[in-house]
Ligand binder design. Structure first.
Ligand code: KIV
Ligand code: ZN
Length: 514
């Protein structure tokens, strides 16, 4: 039953989020994120674009089979082949949605689709009619909606609702909209489309001007939309999508104004943010709202004093309500396998076999030998490393010796395996990381370009593990390699090799909006 006071949260981290350069994820990683989204109580999970690649198809199918509480959705272009593929991937889902789209702006119709408006209108209607054979939960998006002509939009939207579309999603595909105009457009469309009350209206905003959250909220408050499409950490194409954590906490903190409820369990927000960041290698900026490391940190004396006297003086949300908790020391080198397994369960990490638990426990012991206190963040990094490795380790790190001294050229000796064959390679460079990458490349000769390099401390203190992301590009493909270790040069070597493994795996993915 449609409840006008409840807002539907539609998460597209696994589809639009994954379109971010370098953010591609393996099937197992996607299933892990989908389970976390289910714990977060997201209403709809857009699990991918089934027709884009066999990998996307399999991931949607696996998610459809393992998630029970959220509706699972696949994107599809407005053609029978894509829609049939989406339906097939969604077959095991308890609740399924097909999301079909076609561009409606003059620019996209002429330059990209090379279609006349009348053809686009017919194709949109046919697609929805065909999709209705597979499920009665159909979402339709007029791509580049915010740059489309309103009269034409009204005809298309009326047509697809008449064919049975149950959700109309209005996208600001290129992040061009401004809040007041965007909200007013949706309100006018709802007033002008005669059967608009037969569908739930939704917003889908990109962040090119930093307005995605503001536009989404205006679409709700001014336009009357009752679904927001968003991603964890605002991941997504170019500058990203609407950030789930920001819209949800705005709706909740300012419930006095929005007067809407959402079904989200907000205490799962920070765990979801950390998981997505660790899996994709996209670090969260410290001053990011809600999930940034500084979001609840008070540095100035006046603020600290105020907070100690009454928290509300400078805090509008409670850190624990969004899932922040003190960095607890959870385990150490004397902890046994049962304690480790119990902690994995508390963190919501489900391992498929005892063999997997054993492998993760062996890595934990290895880490505990080198690091006295193991935090939840360390365990999450360790499991991520395990999953990166399970994707197949064509390149495998073994050991590293490195020398750097003021005034001398840094030098590294890296032992690693390529397809099971061990090599010991030496290299020098401008710094220890440069020397390490040069040592690896002296043998691997991959020709990959390093286009981003970042290091993050996983927990607090100098004893923290460093988590390194290296974004590599080769022949138009961009991947993120991630590595963690208490030694940041070792973490860098692992990140570089993990990136090479991703480049090596040939799974290609079509761009859904082509
Ligand atoms: O940004 C966009 O237009 C999209 C559509 C497919 C909804 O992602
Ligand atoms: Zn989008």
């Amino acid at each position: 039953m449609f409840d006008p006071d409840r807002l539907i949260i539609f998460d597209t981290t696994l589809r639009d989020g994954e379109q971010s350069p370098g953010a591609s994820m393996t099937k197992d990683e996607k299933v892990r994120i989908a389970r976390q989204l289910e714990r977060l109580r997201v209403d709809v999970i857009e699990a991918g674009f089934a027709a884009a690649s066999p990998g996307d198809f399999e991931a949607i199918r696996a998610i459809a089979a393992s998630v029970r509480d959220s509706t699972i959705c696949s994107l599809s272009r407005a053609n029978d082949r894509d829609i049939a593929r989406a339906a097939e991937a969604l077959q095991p889902a308890a609740r399924k949605r097909i999301h079909t789209f076609i561009a409606t702006s003059p620019l996209h119709m002429q330059m990209k689709l090379r279609m006349e408006p009348e053809q686009v209108l017919e194709q949109a209607k046919l697609a929805v009619r065909y999709a209705r054979n597979h499920t009665d939960d159909i979402e339709f998006s007029p791509e580049d909606g915010s740059r489309s002509e309103e009269d034409f939009l009204c005809r298309v939207l009326e047509g697809v609702i008449a064919e049975g579309a149950t959700t109309i999603n209005f996208p600001d595909t290129v992040g061009y909209a401004t809040p007041e105009v965007f909200g007013a457009t949706i309100r006018r469309l709802r007033e002008r489309v005669p059967n608009s009350d037969k569908a739930i209206w939704s917003v889908h905003c990109h962040n090119d001007l930093g307005l995605a959250v503001a536009n989404s909220l205006a679409g709700v408050a001014i336009g009357g939309a009752r679904q927001i499409e968003c991603t964890i950490n605002g991941l997504g194409e170019r500058a990203g999508n609407t950030a789930l954590e920001e819209v949800v906490m705005a709706l909740r903190t300012r419930a006095d104004y929005y007067k809407l409820t959402v079904g989200i369990d907000t205490t799962q927000i920070v765990p979801a943010s950390k998981m997505v960041s660790q899996i994709t290698g996209f670090a969260v900026q410290p001053n990011k709202a809600v999930v940034g490391a500084n979001a609840f940190a008070h540095a100035s004396g006046i603020h600290q004093d105020g907070i100690l006297k009454a928290r509300e003086t400078y805090e509008i949300m409670r850190a624990e309500d969004v899932g922040w908790h003190a960095n607890k020391i959870v385990l150490g080198k004397l902890s046994g396998r049962n304690a480790f397994k119990a902690r994995l369960q508390e963190l919501g990490i489900e391992m498929e076999s005892e063999g997997e638990v054993n492998a993760a426990f062996a890595r934990f012991k290895e880490l505990a030998d080198r690091k006295s206190e193991i935090f939840d963040e360390d365990i999450l990094a360790l499991v991520s490393a395990e999953e990166h490795a399970s994707g197949g380790e064509y390149f495998r790190f073994i050991s590293l010796a490195q020398r750097s001294e003021t005034g001398a050229l840094p030098h590294a000796r890296v032992v690693f395996a390529i397809d099971g064959q061990e090599y010991a390679c030496e290299g020098s460079g401008d710094g220890p990381v440069d020397a390490t990458v040069n040592a690896i490349e002296s043998q691997a000769r991959t020709g990959a370009d390093l286009i981003l390099f970042s290091i993050n401390a996983i927990s607090n203190g100098t004893e923290s593990q460093g988590e390194v992301t290296m974004r590599l590009s080769r022949q138009g493909r961009i991947v993120n390699g991630v590595g963690a270790d208490p030694d940041i040069v070792v973490a860098s070597a692992k990140a570089y090799l993990s990136g090479l493994n991703k480049l090596h795996s040939k799974v290609e993915r079509a761009h859904p909006q082509l």
